[in-house]
Design a protein around this ligand. Sequence first.
Ligand SMILES: [Zn+2]
Ligand SMILES: [Zn+2]
Length: 466
Amino acid sequence: MILQFWGAAQMVTGSMHLVEANGHRVLLDCGLVQGKRMAARALNSEFPFDVRKIDAVVLSHAHIDHSGKIPLLVKSGFFGSIYSTSATRDLCSTMLRDSGSLQESDAKFVTKLNKEKGLPPVEPLYTAIDASASMRLFQTIEYGRSLMIFPGIKLTFHDAGHILGSATITLEITEGKSAAQTLVFTGDVGRKGAAVVRDPEILTRADILITESTYGGRHHGPMAEVRERLKAIVNETVAKGGILIIPAFAVGRIQDVVYDLHELMKAGEIPSLPIFVDSPLATNVTEIFRQHPECYDEETNKLLMEDDDHDPFGFEMLEYVHSPADSKSLNNLQESAIIISASGMCEGGRVLHHLRQWMGDSRTTVLFVGYQAEGTLGRKLTDGEKHVRVYGEEQEVRSRIEKIDGFSAHADEGELIDFIGAISPKPQKVFVVHGEPEAAVAMESALKRSGFKDVTIPARGQEFSL
Ligand SMILES: [Zn+2]
Ligand SMILES: [Zn+2]
Protein backbone atom coordinates (compact mmCIF):
# COMPACT_ATOMS: atom_id res chain seq x y z
CA MET A 1 0.00 0.00 0.00
CA ILE A 2 1.02 3.59 -0.52
CA LEU A 3 0.34 6.29 2.05
CA GLN A 4 0.52 9.99 1.28
CA PHE A 5 0.04 12.81 3.78
CA TRP A 6 -1.70 15.89 2.44
CA GLY A 7 -2.94 17.76 5.50
CA ALA A 8 -2.60 18.03 9.27
CA ALA A 9 1.04 17.16 8.50
CA GLN A 10 3.13 19.16 11.00
CA MET A 11 0.03 21.24 11.71
CA VAL A 12 -3.34 20.67 13.42
CA THR A 13 -5.93 21.47 10.77
CA GLY A 14 -6.67 20.32 7.21
CA SER A 15 -6.71 16.59 8.02
CA MET A 16 -6.29 14.61 4.75
CA HIS A 17 -4.36 11.40 4.04
CA LEU A 18 -4.41 9.26 0.93
CA VAL A 19 -4.21 5.45 0.96
CA GLU A 20 -3.68 3.50 -2.25
CA ALA A 21 -4.13 -0.26 -2.31
CA ASN A 22 -5.26 -2.79 -4.92
CA GLY A 23 -5.49 0.04 -7.43
CA HIS A 24 -8.04 1.96 -5.30
CA ARG A 25 -7.45 5.38 -3.83
CA VAL A 26 -9.14 6.13 -0.52
CA LEU A 27 -8.98 9.53 1.14
CA LEU A 28 -8.96 9.53 4.95
CA ASP A 29 -10.69 12.80 5.93
CA CYS A 30 -11.02 15.83 3.68
CA GLY A 31 -10.61 18.80 6.00
CA LEU A 32 -10.16 22.52 5.63
CA VAL A 33 -7.06 24.31 6.86
CA GLN A 34 -8.12 26.89 9.43
CA GLY A 35 -6.13 29.91 10.52
CA LYS A 36 -4.71 32.99 8.81
CA ARG A 37 -7.02 33.81 5.88
CA MET A 38 -4.56 34.11 2.99
CA ALA A 39 -2.31 31.18 3.93
CA ALA A 40 -5.34 28.96 4.54
CA ARG A 41 -6.95 30.03 1.26
CA ALA A 42 -3.88 29.01 -0.74
CA LEU A 43 -4.00 25.47 0.74
CA ASN A 44 -7.78 25.17 0.64
CA SER A 45 -8.51 26.30 -2.90
CA GLU A 46 -7.07 23.26 -4.69
CA PHE A 47 -6.26 19.57 -4.33
CA PRO A 48 -2.72 18.24 -4.82
CA PHE A 49 -4.03 15.19 -6.73
CA ASP A 50 -6.47 14.32 -9.50
CA VAL A 51 -9.83 14.40 -7.72
CA ARG A 52 -11.48 12.15 -10.31
CA LYS A 53 -9.03 9.38 -9.46
CA ILE A 54 -10.16 9.26 -5.81
CA ASP A 55 -12.48 6.27 -5.34
CA ALA A 56 -13.83 6.92 -1.83
CA VAL A 57 -13.58 9.14 1.24
CA VAL A 58 -13.62 7.73 4.75
CA LEU A 59 -14.48 10.40 7.29
CA SER A 60 -13.44 10.23 10.97
CA HIS A 61 -15.79 12.95 12.28
CA ALA A 62 -17.70 16.08 11.38
CA HIS A 63 -15.35 18.84 12.59
CA ILE A 64 -14.64 21.20 9.70
CA ASP A 65 -10.88 20.65 9.85
CA HIS A 66 -11.67 17.02 8.95
CA SER A 67 -14.76 17.33 6.70
CA GLY A 68 -14.82 20.92 5.42
CA LYS A 69 -13.24 20.32 2.03
CA ILE A 70 -15.75 17.64 0.98
CA PRO A 71 -18.05 20.07 -0.89
CA LEU A 72 -15.07 21.32 -2.91
CA LEU A 73 -14.02 17.73 -3.65
CA VAL A 74 -17.50 16.99 -4.98
CA LYS A 75 -17.63 20.28 -6.89
CA SER A 76 -14.26 19.33 -8.46
CA GLY A 77 -15.61 16.06 -9.89
CA PHE A 78 -15.45 13.45 -7.11
CA PHE A 79 -18.38 11.04 -7.36
CA GLY A 80 -17.39 8.10 -5.11
CA SER A 81 -18.87 7.25 -1.73
CA ILE A 82 -18.18 9.12 1.49
CA TYR A 83 -18.25 6.66 4.39
CA SER A 84 -19.07 7.91 7.90
CA THR A 85 -21.20 7.05 10.92
CA SER A 86 -24.80 8.27 10.71
CA ALA A 87 -24.24 10.86 13.47
CA THR A 88 -21.29 12.27 11.51
CA ARG A 89 -23.40 12.41 8.36
CA ASP A 90 -26.19 14.29 10.15
CA LEU A 91 -23.75 16.72 11.76
CA CYS A 92 -22.13 17.29 8.35
CA SER A 93 -25.45 18.18 6.75
CA THR A 94 -25.70 21.16 9.11
CA MET A 95 -22.03 22.00 9.51
CA LEU A 96 -21.01 21.86 5.85
CA ARG A 97 -23.92 24.11 4.90
CA ASP A 98 -22.88 26.52 7.63
CA SER A 99 -19.31 26.34 6.32
CA GLY A 100 -20.60 27.08 2.78
CA SER A 101 -22.35 30.22 4.03
CA LEU A 102 -19.15 31.29 5.76
CA GLN A 103 -17.19 30.73 2.52
CA GLU A 104 -19.70 32.91 0.68
CA SER A 105 -19.48 35.79 3.14
CA ASP A 106 -15.70 35.43 3.29
CA ALA A 107 -15.45 35.70 -0.52
CA LYS A 108 -17.66 38.80 -0.44
CA PHE A 109 -15.37 40.38 2.13
CA VAL A 110 -12.17 39.61 0.19
CA THR A 111 -13.81 40.82 -3.03
CA LYS A 112 -14.57 44.14 -1.32
CA LEU A 113 -10.95 44.49 -0.17
CA ASN A 114 -9.70 43.54 -3.65
CA LYS A 115 -11.93 46.12 -5.30
CA GLU A 116 -10.27 48.89 -3.27
CA LYS A 117 -6.90 47.66 -4.52
CA GLY A 118 -8.10 47.27 -8.13
CA LEU A 119 -7.86 43.44 -7.93
CA PRO A 120 -10.40 40.99 -9.43
CA PRO A 121 -13.26 39.52 -7.33
CA VAL A 122 -12.83 36.09 -5.69
CA GLU A 123 -15.23 33.15 -5.81
CA PRO A 124 -16.20 31.28 -2.63
CA LEU A 125 -14.46 27.90 -2.25
CA TYR A 126 -17.96 26.47 -2.26
CA THR A 127 -21.46 27.61 -1.42
CA ALA A 128 -24.14 26.33 0.96
CA ILE A 129 -25.81 24.77 -2.09
CA ASP A 130 -22.60 22.92 -3.05
CA ALA A 131 -22.46 21.64 0.54
CA SER A 132 -26.01 20.30 0.37
CA ALA A 133 -25.28 18.65 -2.98
CA SER A 134 -22.34 16.71 -1.51
CA MET A 135 -24.58 15.04 1.08
CA ARG A 136 -25.98 12.60 -1.49
CA LEU A 137 -22.62 10.79 -1.65
CA PHE A 138 -22.64 9.83 2.03
CA GLN A 139 -23.01 6.17 2.98
CA THR A 140 -23.32 5.48 6.66
CA ILE A 141 -22.00 2.55 8.63
CA GLU A 142 -22.26 2.22 12.40
CA TYR A 143 -19.55 1.48 14.97
CA GLY A 144 -18.28 -2.09 14.94
CA ARG A 145 -19.90 -3.08 11.62
CA SER A 146 -17.45 -3.96 8.86
CA LEU A 147 -17.84 -3.21 5.19
CA MET A 148 -15.73 -4.35 2.25
CA ILE A 149 -15.52 -1.00 0.45
CA PHE A 150 -13.33 -2.39 -2.36
CA PRO A 151 -11.90 -5.87 -2.98
CA GLY A 152 -9.26 -6.37 -0.29
CA ILE A 153 -10.15 -3.18 1.66
CA LYS A 154 -12.36 -3.72 4.70
CA LEU A 155 -13.51 -0.71 6.73
CA THR A 156 -14.54 -0.66 10.41
CA PHE A 157 -15.32 2.36 12.60
CA HIS A 158 -14.75 2.32 16.35
CA ASP A 159 -15.89 5.03 18.77
CA ALA A 160 -13.17 7.69 19.21
CA GLY A 161 -15.00 9.40 22.11
CA HIS A 162 -14.19 12.85 20.70
CA ILE A 163 -17.53 14.28 19.54
CA LEU A 164 -20.86 12.74 18.60
CA GLY A 165 -20.30 10.21 15.81
CA SER A 166 -16.49 10.45 15.94
CA ALA A 167 -14.60 7.36 14.90
CA THR A 168 -11.22 5.77 14.61
CA ILE A 169 -10.83 4.24 11.16
CA THR A 170 -9.57 0.69 10.67
CA LEU A 171 -8.76 -0.52 7.15
CA GLU A 172 -7.84 -4.19 6.77
CA ILE A 173 -5.94 -4.33 3.53
CA THR A 174 -5.16 -7.52 1.64
CA GLU A 175 -3.04 -7.11 -1.47
CA GLY A 176 -2.47 -10.07 -3.76
CA LYS A 177 -1.11 -13.07 -1.92
CA SER A 178 0.60 -11.11 0.88
CA ALA A 179 -0.74 -11.21 4.44
CA ALA A 180 -3.39 -8.67 5.43
CA GLN A 181 -2.17 -5.40 6.95
CA THR A 182 -4.26 -3.38 9.38
CA LEU A 183 -4.04 0.37 8.95
CA VAL A 184 -5.56 2.45 11.77
CA PHE A 185 -6.15 6.18 11.68
CA THR A 186 -7.10 7.56 15.11
CA GLY A 187 -8.89 10.66 13.82
CA ASP A 188 -9.25 12.84 16.93
CA VAL A 189 -9.23 10.90 20.20
CA GLY A 190 -11.38 12.06 23.11
CA ARG A 191 -10.87 11.87 26.88
CA LYS A 192 -11.99 9.08 29.16
CA GLY A 193 -14.89 10.12 31.38
CA ALA A 194 -16.04 13.08 29.24
CA ALA A 195 -19.74 13.99 29.30
CA VAL A 196 -22.26 12.69 26.76
CA VAL A 197 -20.09 10.59 24.42
CA ARG A 198 -18.59 7.23 25.32
CA ASP A 199 -14.93 6.72 26.19
CA PRO A 200 -12.60 6.02 23.26
CA GLU A 201 -12.97 2.37 22.34
CA ILE A 202 -9.84 0.32 22.96
CA LEU A 203 -8.15 -0.76 19.73
CA THR A 204 -6.79 -4.26 19.56
CA ARG A 205 -4.91 -4.43 16.32
CA ALA A 206 -2.87 -2.14 14.09
CA ASP A 207 0.18 -2.84 11.96
CA ILE A 208 0.40 0.74 10.78
CA LEU A 209 -0.95 3.57 12.90
CA ILE A 210 -1.61 7.21 12.05
CA THR A 211 -2.15 9.10 15.30
CA GLU A 212 -3.19 12.62 16.20
CA SER A 213 -0.94 14.62 18.58
CA THR A 214 -2.90 17.81 19.37
CA TYR A 215 -1.87 17.83 23.03
CA GLY A 216 1.55 16.17 22.70
CA GLY A 217 3.65 17.31 25.65
CA ARG A 218 0.59 18.45 27.61
CA HIS A 219 -1.32 17.16 30.61
CA HIS A 220 -5.00 18.08 31.26
CA GLY A 221 -5.68 17.26 34.92
CA PRO A 222 -8.41 14.88 36.07
CA MET A 223 -11.90 15.02 34.57
CA ALA A 224 -13.54 15.23 38.02
CA GLU A 225 -11.93 18.62 38.65
CA VAL A 226 -13.75 20.10 35.67
CA ARG A 227 -17.21 20.07 37.22
CA GLU A 228 -15.84 21.33 40.58
CA ARG A 229 -14.17 24.31 38.91
CA LEU A 230 -17.29 25.06 36.87
CA LYS A 231 -19.38 24.97 40.04
CA ALA A 232 -17.01 27.36 41.86
CA ILE A 233 -16.94 29.83 38.96
CA VAL A 234 -20.75 29.86 38.61
CA ASN A 235 -21.25 30.37 42.35
CA GLU A 236 -18.64 33.14 42.61
CA THR A 237 -20.18 35.01 39.67
CA VAL A 238 -23.71 34.65 41.07
CA ALA A 239 -22.52 35.93 44.48
CA LYS A 240 -21.43 39.16 42.77
CA GLY A 241 -24.68 39.37 40.81
CA GLY A 242 -22.74 39.07 37.54
CA ILE A 243 -23.22 37.50 34.14
CA LEU A 244 -21.18 34.43 33.20
CA ILE A 245 -20.25 34.32 29.52
CA ILE A 246 -18.92 31.02 28.16
CA PRO A 247 -17.56 31.28 24.61
CA ALA A 248 -17.68 27.74 23.25
CA PHE A 249 -17.37 25.73 20.08
CA ALA A 250 -20.85 24.98 18.69
CA VAL A 251 -20.22 21.25 18.24
CA GLY A 252 -19.40 19.16 21.26
CA ARG A 253 -18.19 21.73 23.74
CA ILE A 254 -21.49 23.62 24.12
CA GLN A 255 -23.38 20.35 24.66
CA ASP A 256 -20.80 19.21 27.26
CA VAL A 257 -21.07 22.47 29.19
CA VAL A 258 -24.90 22.36 29.09
CA TYR A 259 -24.82 18.77 30.31
CA ASP A 260 -22.56 19.61 33.28
CA LEU A 261 -24.61 22.69 34.22
CA HIS A 262 -27.76 20.55 34.14
CA GLU A 263 -26.14 18.04 36.49
CA LEU A 264 -24.91 20.74 38.89
CA MET A 265 -28.31 22.43 38.98
CA LYS A 266 -30.14 19.13 39.57
CA ALA A 267 -27.81 18.35 42.47
CA GLY A 268 -28.44 21.82 43.96
CA GLU A 269 -24.75 22.64 43.73
CA ILE A 270 -25.40 25.80 41.77
CA PRO A 271 -28.51 27.96 42.13
CA SER A 272 -31.31 27.79 39.63
CA LEU A 273 -30.48 30.56 37.20
CA PRO A 274 -31.33 31.20 33.57
CA ILE A 275 -28.97 29.71 30.98
CA PHE A 276 -29.05 30.90 27.38
CA VAL A 277 -27.45 29.00 24.52
CA ASP A 278 -27.03 31.68 21.90
CA SER A 279 -25.67 30.14 18.72
CA PRO A 280 -27.90 29.12 15.80
CA LEU A 281 -25.45 26.40 14.74
CA ALA A 282 -25.28 25.02 18.30
CA THR A 283 -29.07 24.90 18.42
CA ASN A 284 -29.21 22.84 15.21
CA VAL A 285 -26.35 20.64 16.30
CA THR A 286 -27.96 19.98 19.67
CA GLU A 287 -31.05 18.78 17.81
CA ILE A 288 -28.80 16.24 16.02
CA PHE A 289 -27.32 15.18 19.38
CA ARG A 290 -30.88 14.44 20.54
CA GLN A 291 -31.43 12.18 17.53
CA HIS A 292 -28.41 9.97 18.22
CA PRO A 293 -28.79 8.31 21.61
CA GLU A 294 -26.85 5.32 20.21
CA CYS A 295 -23.73 7.46 20.69
CA TYR A 296 -24.37 8.35 24.36
CA ASP A 297 -22.38 6.97 27.28
CA GLU A 298 -24.09 5.11 30.12
CA GLU A 299 -24.46 8.18 32.34
CA THR A 300 -26.23 10.15 29.62
CA ASN A 301 -28.52 7.23 28.79
CA LYS A 302 -29.43 6.91 32.48
CA LEU A 303 -30.20 10.60 32.67
CA LEU A 304 -32.35 10.21 29.59
CA MET A 305 -34.42 7.53 31.35
CA GLU A 306 -34.63 9.22 34.75
CA ASP A 307 -35.21 12.79 33.72
CA ASP A 308 -38.81 14.01 33.56
CA ASP A 309 -38.27 15.66 30.21
CA HIS A 310 -36.02 12.83 28.92
CA ASP A 311 -33.65 15.38 27.45
CA PRO A 312 -30.05 15.78 28.64
CA PHE A 313 -29.70 18.99 26.62
CA GLY A 314 -32.89 20.75 27.66
CA PHE A 315 -34.30 21.68 31.07
CA GLU A 316 -36.52 24.30 32.60
CA MET A 317 -33.91 27.00 33.14
CA LEU A 318 -32.31 26.55 29.71
CA GLU A 319 -33.31 28.53 26.66
CA TYR A 320 -32.02 28.12 23.12
CA VAL A 321 -31.98 31.62 21.63
CA HIS A 322 -33.07 31.76 18.00
CA SER A 323 -33.63 35.21 16.55
CA PRO A 324 -31.05 38.02 16.50
CA ALA A 325 -33.62 40.18 18.33
CA ASP A 326 -33.81 37.67 21.21
CA SER A 327 -30.03 37.56 21.26
CA LYS A 328 -29.84 41.36 21.55
CA SER A 329 -32.46 41.38 24.30
CA LEU A 330 -29.93 39.55 26.52
CA ASN A 331 -28.21 42.94 26.77
CA ASN A 332 -30.98 43.91 29.20
CA LEU A 333 -30.46 41.12 31.73
CA GLN A 334 -30.96 42.48 35.24
CA GLU A 335 -29.90 39.44 37.24
CA SER A 336 -27.24 36.75 37.12
CA ALA A 337 -27.43 34.46 34.11
CA ILE A 338 -25.19 32.25 32.01
CA ILE A 339 -24.75 32.99 28.31
CA ILE A 340 -23.12 30.23 26.27
CA SER A 341 -22.28 31.41 22.79
CA ALA A 342 -20.01 30.76 19.79
CA SER A 343 -17.43 31.15 18.46
CA GLY A 344 -15.23 29.49 21.04
CA MET A 345 -12.17 31.61 20.23
CA CYS A 346 -14.27 34.82 19.95
CA GLU A 347 -13.32 35.22 16.29
CA GLY A 348 -16.91 35.87 15.23
CA GLY A 349 -20.45 34.91 16.08
CA ARG A 350 -22.87 36.27 18.62
CA VAL A 351 -20.46 35.95 21.54
CA LEU A 352 -18.84 39.19 20.36
CA HIS A 353 -21.86 41.35 21.09
CA HIS A 354 -22.18 39.77 24.55
CA LEU A 355 -18.53 40.54 25.26
CA ARG A 356 -19.02 44.12 24.11
CA GLN A 357 -22.01 44.46 26.42
CA TRP A 358 -20.64 42.80 29.57
CA MET A 359 -16.83 42.77 29.53
CA GLY A 360 -16.61 46.29 30.95
CA ASP A 361 -18.49 45.19 34.08
CA SER A 362 -16.30 43.89 36.92
CA ARG A 363 -19.08 41.54 38.08
CA THR A 364 -18.91 39.61 34.79
CA THR A 365 -16.88 36.42 34.35
CA VAL A 366 -15.77 35.22 30.92
CA LEU A 367 -14.99 31.51 31.08
CA PHE A 368 -13.00 29.82 28.30
CA VAL A 369 -13.40 26.07 27.91
CA GLY A 370 -11.41 25.29 24.76
CA TYR A 371 -8.14 25.69 22.92
CA GLN A 372 -7.34 29.36 22.09
CA ALA A 373 -5.18 29.72 18.98
CA GLU A 374 -2.55 32.39 18.70
CA GLY A 375 -3.79 35.76 17.40
CA THR A 376 -7.44 35.19 18.38
CA LEU A 377 -9.41 37.48 20.71
CA GLY A 378 -9.86 34.52 23.05
CA ARG A 379 -6.09 34.09 23.28
CA LYS A 380 -5.61 37.80 24.02
CA LEU A 381 -8.14 37.65 26.83
CA THR A 382 -6.71 34.46 28.36
CA ASP A 383 -3.23 36.03 28.10
CA GLY A 384 -4.56 38.82 30.35
CA GLU A 385 -4.70 41.75 27.92
CA LYS A 386 -6.63 44.61 29.50
CA HIS A 387 -7.53 46.45 26.30
CA VAL A 388 -8.82 44.55 23.29
CA ARG A 389 -10.68 45.34 20.09
CA VAL A 390 -14.24 44.10 19.63
CA TYR A 391 -15.98 44.96 16.32
CA GLY A 392 -13.02 47.24 15.60
CA GLU A 393 -13.51 49.32 18.75
CA GLU A 394 -11.20 49.35 21.72
CA GLN A 395 -12.75 47.94 24.86
CA GLU A 396 -11.47 47.82 28.42
CA VAL A 397 -11.53 44.40 30.08
CA ARG A 398 -12.85 44.80 33.62
CA SER A 399 -14.43 41.36 33.85
CA ARG A 400 -12.78 38.34 35.41
CA ILE A 401 -11.26 35.97 32.83
CA GLU A 402 -11.15 32.27 33.65
CA LYS A 403 -10.15 29.11 31.83
CA ILE A 404 -10.94 25.42 32.31
CA ASP A 405 -8.68 23.18 30.21
CA GLY A 406 -10.25 19.85 31.14
CA PHE A 407 -13.29 20.29 28.88
CA SER A 408 -10.98 19.48 26.01
CA ALA A 409 -12.40 16.99 23.54
CA HIS A 410 -8.84 15.69 22.97
CA ALA A 411 -6.85 13.20 24.97
CA ASP A 412 -3.64 14.61 26.45
CA GLU A 413 -0.25 12.99 25.86
CA GLY A 414 -0.52 10.39 28.64
CA GLU A 415 -4.05 9.45 27.63
CA LEU A 416 -2.97 9.05 23.98
CA ILE A 417 0.00 6.90 24.96
CA ASP A 418 -2.33 4.68 27.07
CA PHE A 419 -4.75 4.46 24.14
CA ILE A 420 -2.04 3.46 21.66
CA GLY A 421 -0.26 1.28 24.24
CA ALA A 422 -3.31 -0.98 24.42
CA ILE A 423 -2.70 -2.16 20.86
CA SER A 424 -0.96 -5.52 20.98
CA PRO A 425 1.39 -6.40 19.41
CA LYS A 426 2.78 -2.89 18.95
CA PRO A 427 2.27 -1.36 15.48
CA GLN A 428 5.39 -1.69 13.35
CA LYS A 429 5.09 1.84 12.06
CA VAL A 430 3.57 4.96 13.62
CA PHE A 431 2.91 8.26 11.84
CA VAL A 432 2.32 11.34 13.99
CA VAL A 433 -0.07 13.94 12.51
CA HIS A 434 -2.56 16.61 13.69
CA GLY A 435 -0.24 18.57 15.98
CA GLU A 436 1.74 21.81 15.92
CA PRO A 437 5.42 20.92 15.31
CA GLU A 438 6.28 21.17 19.03
CA ALA A 439 3.39 18.90 20.07
CA ALA A 440 4.15 16.37 17.32
CA VAL A 441 7.81 16.18 18.38
CA ALA A 442 6.78 15.72 22.04
CA MET A 443 4.42 12.93 20.97
CA GLU A 444 7.16 11.29 18.89
CA SER A 445 9.52 11.26 21.91
CA ALA A 446 6.77 9.96 24.22
CA LEU A 447 6.08 7.11 21.78
CA LYS A 448 9.78 6.25 21.54
CA ARG A 449 10.06 6.26 25.35
CA SER A 450 7.15 3.79 25.40
CA GLY A 451 9.03 1.39 23.14
CA PHE A 452 7.72 2.30 19.67
CA LYS A 453 10.74 2.04 17.40
CA ASP A 454 9.58 3.32 14.05
CA VAL A 455 7.91 6.72 14.53
CA THR A 456 7.69 9.36 11.78
CA ILE A 457 6.31 12.90 11.61
CA PRO A 458 5.45 13.07 7.90
CA ALA A 459 5.78 16.30 5.92
CA ARG A 460 3.02 17.52 3.63
CA GLY A 461 3.20 15.56 0.38
CA GLN A 462 5.49 12.85 1.75
CA GLU A 463 4.81 9.37 0.40
CA PHE A 464 5.46 5.97 1.99
CA SER A 465 5.36 2.53 0.42
CA LEU A 466 4.42 -0.07 3.03
ZN1 LIG B 1 -12.12 17.12 16.00
ZN1 LIG C 1 -9.14 17.75 14.51
